[in-house]
Design a protein around this ligand. Structure first.
Ligand code: UDH
Ligand code: MN
Length: 337
């Protein structure tokens, strides 16, 4: 009798354990359990989606269902602060596990809507780059993009040419992958809302419309500088950026005019979604405002067919793959600064 009772007790225990196990497994899978909620709480900046480094080689993404129009794990308004002691290794530890060499990512659970090359014109702003990478990677992941980050670094200390670096980014990125969208971003601009999607749309898109430096107000209606997104088609339709804007200013207005001359209008997010924080900085050396650029803006329509991606000259000095970005150092044939 006692033996039967004992057997029954063992069976009951095994049964209960089985159910408890099944419950944990089930809720963990659907991210409902207390355990997974805790996990998410302790990793606030991470993308909620993949937990393993995705394999980006091969064509495995093709059989997946398309990602939803509205990415499900967005957070909305973000808290952004630029602490000075953020090292590149901090950033690698923070976002690296989900990336492939070259700052490359794509969602594992669905097929991304667009293949996006994020292009950052650059020279000697490593502190800004750390902040930018720290905030942007998790945002781009949550936005479920198939993307890479290209930092296009102007070699030497000749006069800076941001537009030329962006043209080079377009060209170099396309040598690696069949991107259909190009987001051009200053290294010091971080979005304050992850609903501001780094994707292309039917119209060229200006993303950084409300920057703290300008009291969150768009300074003028045709502004296209800061962060903007152009599809491959839109970019080629205007022959890319002009290569002729040396020094600070004008290249974005020239692009804005190119778009207008080719019958395109600029689309924008609303003024809440389009908020940005700019890292405070002084003017860089060898990038002074160039008065000649103002004159150039009167000639956009005359030059745009011959000055642009079809007339781009440069040489690549080095391509270095970091986990967080592809760093392309280029000689842009700059006049002495
Ligand atoms: N950039 C560099 N290195 C340079 C110059 C420019 O990386 O030496 C890149 C960088 O991505 C930067 C972008 O080009 O974000 C635009 O340049 P910018 O940040 O100098 O332009 P912005 O309009 O600044 O923000 C204007 C001068 C600010 C003076 C502020 C005085 N309080
Ligand atoms: Mn700036």
């Amino acid at each position: 009798m006692l033996k039967t009772f004992f057997n029954l007790l063992v069976c009951l225990c095994a049964f209960s354990l089985g159910w408890f196990g099944a419950f944990l497994f089930f809720t963990e899978d659907r991210k409902l359990s207390f355990i997974s909620a805790l996990k998410r709480e302790t990793k606030p900046e991470e993308c909620a989606e993949p937990t393993v480094r995705p394999n980006l080689t091969g064509t495995s993404g093709i059989s997946l269902v398309s990602c939803p129009d509205v990415p499900p794990n967005l957070r909305g308004v973000l808290h952004v602060e630029f602490r000075t002691n953020r090292t590149l290794q901090d950033v690698r530890n923070h976002v690296g596990p989900l990336l492939q060499q070259g700052g490359r990512y794509r969602p594992t659970s669905c097929r991304a809507k667009q293949k996006v090359a994020v292009i950052v014109p650059f020279r000697n702003r490593f502190e800004h780059l750390n902040h930018w990478l720290y905030y942007l990677h998790p945002v781009l992941m949550r936005q479920q993009l198939d993307y890479s980050v290209y930092v296009i670094n102007q070699d030497g200390d000749g006069v800076f040419n941001k537009a030329k670096l962006m043209n080079i980014g377009f060209k170099e990125a396309l040598k690696e992958y069949d991107y259909d969208c190009f987001v051009f971003s200053d290294v010091d601009l971080v979005p304050l809302d992850d609903r501001n999607l780094y994707r292309c749309s039917d119209h060229p898109r200006h993303l950084s419309i409300a920057v703290d430096k300008f009291d969150f107000i768009l300074p003028y209606a045709t502004l296209f500088g800061g962060v903007s997104a152009l599809s491959k088609q839109q970019f080629l339709k205007v022959n890319g950026f002009s290569n002729a804007f040396w020094g600070w200013g004008g290249e974005d207005d020239d692009m804005s005019q190119r778009l207008s001359y080719r019958g395109m209008v600029i689309s924008r997010p609303d003024s809440v979604t389009g908020r940005y924080k700019m890292i405070k900085h002084r003017r860089d050396s060898h990038n002074d405002p160039n008065p000649k650029n103002v004159q150039k803006l009167t000639e956009t329509h005359l030059n745009m067919d011959t000055d642009g991606i079809n007339s781009l000259n440069y040489s690549v000095r080095e391509i270095r793959k970091d986990l967080l970005y592809t760093f392309v150092t280029v000689d842009v044939e700059a006049p002495a600064g």
